[in-house]
Design a protein around this ligand. Sequence first.
Ligand SMILES: C[S@@+](CC[C@H](N)C(=O)[O-])C[C@H]1O[C@@H](n2cnc3c(N)ncnc32)[C@H](O)[C@@H]1O
Length: 399
Amino acid sequence: MDADHAPTDVVDPRGPGADPAQREKVVAEQALAVAAAWSPPGAPESWWLTAATLTAVARDDVLRGLAASIPPDRVPALLVAAALARRAAQRPDSAFARYFPRPGGPQPADDGGFPAAAATFAREERDALAQLCAGHRYQMNEVARCLDVLPVLGAIAARDGRPLALVDLGTGAGLALHLDRYSYRYRLAGGAELTCGDPGASVQLDCAVHGVVPDVPQQVPPILARVGVDVESHDLADPDTFGWLAACIPPEAGAVTRFAAAAAIARSDGARAVRGDLIDVLEDAVAGMPEEATVCLLDTYVHVFLPPAQLARFDALLERMSRVRPIEWISVDPLVPLGPDADSTVQGLAVPDGWVEHNRAGGVFGVIGHVSLRDGRRTGRIVGRAHPSAAWLEWLPAR
Ligand SMILES: C[S@@+](CC[C@H](N)C(=O)[O-])C[C@H]1O[C@@H](n2cnc3c(N)ncnc32)[C@H](O)[C@@H]1O
């Protein structure tokens, strides 16, 4: 099913069950927590609108009420934020729309008028926003997460001296499948930088590095085969689907620009996509991979959404598959269970000191983990963590 034609949960304005005031309180907290994760104090100026949109969802009566009427498993705060961006794109001449960046353009400045413009727009567009929320799922694609996985892929290729076969689980629009067509820049403390890939690429990925300097490869490792797996299809050629996926991108100029550029590559050079639940289709997807390549499973912001029983099934499946051929699993996922009580990684790896507390304080980040499986045995470690849209990357020392 594509993004624009997902089955609809009818939005019940009274809210599905729980006390409406309590539901509003919960969605407001969630909206502010996501705002804090994407745009913490000291974040680049360009993230102001992402924080302001989610803050509007938390504080504006109409938007908060709409979010509270959406079932919690449909990520209400982010769904309403995406509906606002989509409606703004459909009404480009509105006062509200002028706050949103366009691909390749600058970040419109914060003139202090956004909360009032959002309140007016919410009241004018109340029905259209409710319809957008009822007809869509929140589906975020963040191509910048390739920055998080590139050093791990480089290390695997250097270790094995072989090309890689990528299996991108929960691939969404399939943007990570083309990671060898992007340009990478890691900005180090003190002004130095590490680069990789084609400097003239249309997709320019860039992050600030904290902590240890990652081992960035000089070139993206050769990718011999690639396949994306997703339970839903995301047809970028369909203008409505593309419009919705674009609206799910945080309204930050860099994010909006790189999504448009990466989507253009994915549209023109569609990699193989397998539709289905990752647990059901993984074995077949890997079986089709060339023997002379190292199989690398990528999972960025996917396993965080799997219930514990499904994570356990995935672990058992990998253990079994690794008796046939070695498997590498690179995960970039927040701590689980998602939210302030999170204390574990989806890969069952030991969490470094202070990270649980940082997450509890609202600083959600992606934990970058690398697990290798051979003959049913697994080894692994956390290699770093990153901003949800890879604005920063913190690398850990190798043991
Ligand atoms: C938050 S998006 C992340 C997309 C992409 N990996 C990224 O980081 O930009 C999660 C994706 O996982 C897919 N997904 C969730 N559960 C899945 C499952 N059990 N099997 C396959 N795909 C799944 C969703 O359809 C969605 O496209």
